[in-house]
Ligand binder design. Structure first.
Ligand code: G3P
Ligand code: MG
Length: 267
């Protein structure tokens, strides 16, 4: 049975191996594609983070930038294109010829694939300008229909405080995390206060903000912490030592292989 609206909040789930693939496995496959999700799975990750935006006709799709130019064969603003128009673009060839033909996935497609692989998901709501409320609402409506009850709860995150407030209202059952970017002037105190007022259970920090003191303060205030983007096993070990609950990495397989905290990893 697919997800039904539960009335009570579910706890932020434990992340297997304490590693999430970032945009899939962004160092080894085109970001935010189904190939990237499969790559992360192949590397041993059992959870990925990806970004969600809306097409011109209101369909949630997996994409990072406002513009199409960097990672597709197209140009201009994603928000100006319908799903049919976006599906004409190649979203893999820029990364390598073996990925040519990869499409911009819909959220429905991504969730269906992840559920079939037994993977978990961190949906980052990344609205195009002016579309925070509808991006949160439509994304979580789709997620509720297409994410099975037997799967672990989705983790919903965003930099956008309007999107988080909307997510809290439309999908109160799923755990949420505030995204704190190093460029935005966050302190441990402001993170904890804002995350608490929005009903978040997690704080996902930019690596630049992730000091031992800051991690300790977030943890002491009762928040689950995750740090992005960490691709070094040495850095990952230090963060885990400080009590970080999850690391979001472009190279999940390398962390699982090389970080000493992961020496018990077997798959
Ligand atoms: O969700 C963590 C991370 O993905 C936030 O930054 O720009 O990679 O979406 P960005
Ligand atoms: Mg992201």
């Amino acid at each position: 049975m697919m997800g039904s609206a539960a009335s009570t909040k579910v706890a932020y789930p434990p992340i297997p191996h304490r590693v999430m693939g970032h945009r899939g496995a962004a160092a080894s496959a085109p970001e935010n594609t189904l190939a990237g999700a499969r790559q992360a799975f192949g590397e041993g990750a059992r959870w990925i983070e990806f970004d969600v935006k809306l097409t011109a006709d209101g369909v949630p799709v997996i994409f990072h930038d406002d513009r199409l130019d960097r990672v597709t064969s197209g140009h201009g603003l994603l928000a100006d294109r319908t799903l049919v128009e976006l599906r004409e673009l190649d979203a893999g060839g820029w990364f390598g010829p073996q990925f040519q033909g990869e499409l911009i996935p819909t959220l429905e497609e991504m969730l269906t694939l992840l559920a079939s692989l037994g993977m978990g998901a961190n949906i980052e709501i990344k609205p195009c300008p002016g579309r925070a409320v509808e991006t949160a609402r439509r994304s979580l409506d789709v997620a509720r229909v297409h994410w099975p009850d037997f799967a672990p709860p989705l983790v919903v995150s965003s930099f956008d405080l309007i999107a988080l407030a909307e997510a809290r209202d439309v999908a109160p059952e799923w755990p949420m995390a505030l995204l704190a970017d190093g460029a935005d002037g966050w302190t441990a105190e402001t993170m904890v206060t804002k995350a608490g007022s929005l009903g978040c259970q997690g704080i996902h920090l930019d690596n630049a903000l992730a000091t031992k003191t800051c991690i300790a303060a977030c943890g002491a205030a009762g928040f689950i912490t995750a740090v992005w983007t960490v691709n070094s096993a040495v850095r990952a070990d230090a963060l885990w030592e400080w009590g970080v609950d999850a690391i979001i990495s472009d190279r999940p397989g390398a962390l699982l292989r090389d970080a000493s905290s992961q020496t018990n990893f077997r798959e």
